[in-house]
Design a protein around this ligand. Structure first.
Ligand code: NDP
Ligand code: PYC
Length: 340
């Protein structure tokens, strides 16, 4: 099999495959369906580091006893504008699905609301969540720590997780403005995909275990990744640790790594999601002010620069029209996982 060989799947077939694999690994149907949905959305939007490849990652977490496959999330309201969903050790997608309606309702009622997901196993991209909130007319921010894989700027030893930050902004008559990136130079999943493909990585993505810059994906996975944007990414990574760790009573990336006890599962811990209703500040002036925001998007695109999310939406339209093509080796590995 050549590394360029691919297998074609329709979006419906990909969803069926993902649900079947997750179900075969013992995930309760509601979890299997919520988890499969985010993986298929990732693959559809060309976010392959968080697409169907994550079936292997999820199976690994089940196999190593890191995740509770049939956890029943517990929703509570610690304060009028706050929602908490305790994931009870299960994957984070179902807790988000169950907490989101109350988050939206509270954001509309109070102008701003927050959802804390606690005690959940997280391996997913955050953009599906902020996109779903922005599609409901809300401004959304999401943060989650992971495992301590990333060195602070100026050091070479891991402290931070890859700690993504996602943002969604509603645009009248258009898809929301959405960005979502790791505060590490790149998501760890991207380095894992390079390792699987036997490809070198840029020498500014991380250090080997001796603290030297390295282009060897496996050496950086065993050493330390770097933050993006030098001290600025490092500070943002620290912020994510704080707001989606101690602030919501959950683990930092270092604590999550320690709790894994060497099993090599996906990070377990918390996520913070903020939702702001523009009408809270703007009242009847919402439409006028959202139109003013459009001038900024036009100024970006008008000079040939692209908005974050554009590549994703193009990939989405292509996948909707042509279906998905995944590496044949990935398909083979998924089928092997199914049969284990
Ligand atoms: P990327 O660097 O690939 O992209 C991040 C964002 O930047 C996207 O919104 C992307 O838009 C935008 N972008 C990229 N290039 C440009 C450009 N030239 N001009 C304008 N915008 C651009 O992402 P990362 O590797 O940092 O992260 C990938 C995913 O990994 C994220 O979805 C993140 O949530 C996930 N992740 C999850 C973790 C977890 O613990 N759960 C941990 C770390 C990462 P577009 O998509 O349109 O290219
Ligand atoms: O790609 O860095 C990553 C990641 C960590 C947890 C989920 N994805």
């Amino acid at each position: 099999m050549s590394p360029d060989d691919t297998v074609s799947l329709s979006i419906a077939e990909a969803g069926e495959l993902a649900r079947t694999v997750l179900g075969a690994w013992g995930l309760a149907p509601d979890h299997a369906s919520a988890v499969a949905e985010t993986m298929v959305r990732g693959e559809r939007d060309g976010c392959t580091s968080h697409g169907l490849y994550r079936l292997l990652v999820a199976a690994n977490s089940v196999e190593r006893g890191v995740v509770v496959p049939d956890a029943v999330p517990q929703v509570s309201e610690p304060a009028p504008a706050l929602v908490r969903v305790d994931g009870q050790g299960g994957f984070a997608q179902l807790p988000f699905e169950q907490g989101m309606p109350l988050l939206v309702e509270k954001a509309r009622r109070y102008g701003i609301a927050a959802l804390a997901i606690n005690n959940a196993v997280h391996f997913a991209a955050l953009w599906p969540e902020v996109e779903a909130l922005a599609e409901q007319g809300l401004v959304a921010l999401a943060f989650t720590p992971s495992h301590s894989w990333v060195a602070p700027e100026g050091g070479t030893k891991p402290v931070f997780g890859t700690n993504p930050i996602a943002f969604g902004w509603p645009r009248p008559g258009k898809s929301p403005f959405v960005f979502d990136f790791a505060t590490s130079a790149v998501a760890r999943g991207e380095i894992e995909l390079h390792r699987r493909a036997g490809k070198a990585i840029p020498d500014d993505w991380g250090y080997d275990a001796q603290g030297n810059p390295s282009t060897d994906a496996a050496a950086v996975l065993a050493g330390a990744m770097r933050t993006f944007g030098a001290h600025k990414g490092s500070a943002l990574a620290a912020m994510v640790e704080l707001v989606a760790g101690p602030l919501i009573g959950d683990m930092t990336s270092a604590e999550s790594m320690a709790a894994d006890e060497g099993r090599g599962g996906s990070p377990i811990g918390g996520e913070l999601i903020l939702a702001i209703d523009p009408a809270g500040f703007l009242g009847a002036g919402v439409e006028e002010h959202l139109r003013r925001a459009e001038a900024m998007f036009e100024a970006i695109e008008g000079q040939g620069a692209r908005l974050p999310g554009t590549r994703r939406l193009i990939a989405r339209a292509r996948s909707d029209a042509e279906g998905l093509r995944i590496p044949a080796k990935l398909h083979q590995d998924i089928m092997e996982v199914l049969e284990r």
